[in-house]
Design a protein around this ligand. Structure first.
Ligand SMILES: [Zn+2]
Length: 305
């Protein structure tokens, strides 16, 4: 998942807190975090780099170091693949990401809703916020598995990078049909094609590279979708876990390997927020690559790796 912008309720809470602080003036004491508050539960802080900091419930120093190393590699791969030269899209002020990591799925379910005003029926979320607003903090909300590793860590980090370097505007500007909190993107949803195939697919592709997971291999062998159908993949309609993630990965990998010039043309539009021309471009692609995609899937599922 990828959502966000602070909902009006969240934004007004912040304003109230700011007013309260300024009203207290010089007599203000260091506040003790309230019971169950985000500062109390995610009390551990660690800074990986200029672009990444961690806030957690129970990461060990060793786990923090491991996360910093892993995500630095993901970041490097992303910049190499897209040749970004470190230049974000115009107006993107999300200089850094804060990863918020709960100790378990139970803690995530218990607290993330109240801390971040987000649904918790998912494996974690990237909350981009309003990237053109000074002081906006991009957040990634996740949790640790029983073995200590963090669910969807690299995937969510790629959402941050993709949002900053490939896609202009906030989550609601990028074409999809989700209306969930905390963004509550306006209804009605735009017409397809969307960008869900790209955002979720590129997160999987950069996070996991060329090594196929069992699910991706299964999908490739089943040949369930034509490429042209995948451009319409959404979060509410034309959806499903396999379609969004496994098929998103396959579509992005195919386009990156076989049609990179088309992807560069596409990114030249998404980087400036020209989403109507993105849709025109994808409609122009039409079914042109479907046969080649089907053949590529066949060859992919035949290769052992
Ligand atoms: Zn995602």
């Amino acid at each position: 998942m990828m959502p966000t912008r602070p909902s009006p309720a969240y934004a007004s809470l912040l304003t109230a807190a700011a007013l309260l602080l300024s009203a207290c003036g010089s007599t203000l004491k260091v506040p003790v975090p309230a019971e169950g508050s985000v500062d109390q539960i995610l009390s551990r802080k660690h800074r990986c780099s200029d672009s990444l900091s961690l806030r957690s419930q129970a990461l060990s120093a060793q786990q923090e170091a491991g996360i910093c190393t892993e995500l630095a590699q993901v970041e490097q791969r992303f910049h190499q693949v897209f040749k970004t030269q470190g230049r974000p899209v115009k107006g993107d002020l999300n200089h850094s990401l804060r990863a918020n990591i709960y100790a378990s799925n139970e803690d995530f379910s218990r607290y993330a809703g109240q801390h971040f005003n987000m649904p918790t029926d998912n494996g974690g979320m990237y909350l981009e916020g309003l990237p053109d607003q000074p002081g906006n903090q991009a957040e990634f909300i996740a949790n640790q598995r029983k073995d200590g590793s963090v669910r969807n860590l690299a995937h969510e980090y790629v959402h941050y990078l993709d949002g900053r370097f490939n896609l202009h505007g906030d989550f609601c500007a990028v074409l999809h049909d989700s209306h969930s909190p905390p963004e509550n993107c306006a209804r009605p949803a735009p017409l397809t094609p969307y960008l869900v195939w790209w955002t979720e697919g590129v997160a999987e592709y950069i996070a996991h590279g060329d090594k196929l997971s069992a699910r991706q291999r299964e999908a490739a062998a089943a040949q369930t979708f034509a490429l042209s159908q995948l451009f319409d993949t959404g979060y509410e309609a034309n959806t499903g876990e396999a379609r969004v993630y496994s098929w998103g990965y396959l579509a992005v990998r195919f386009m990156m390997e076989r049609h990179r010039p088309e992807i560069e043309q596409m990114l030249s539009l998404t980087r400036v927020g020209d989403y109507p021309r993105y849709q025109a471009l994808v409609r122009q692609w039409g079914t042109r690559f479907d046969a080649e995609f089907a053949a590529w899937l066949k060859s992919l599922s035949a290769v052992a790796n």
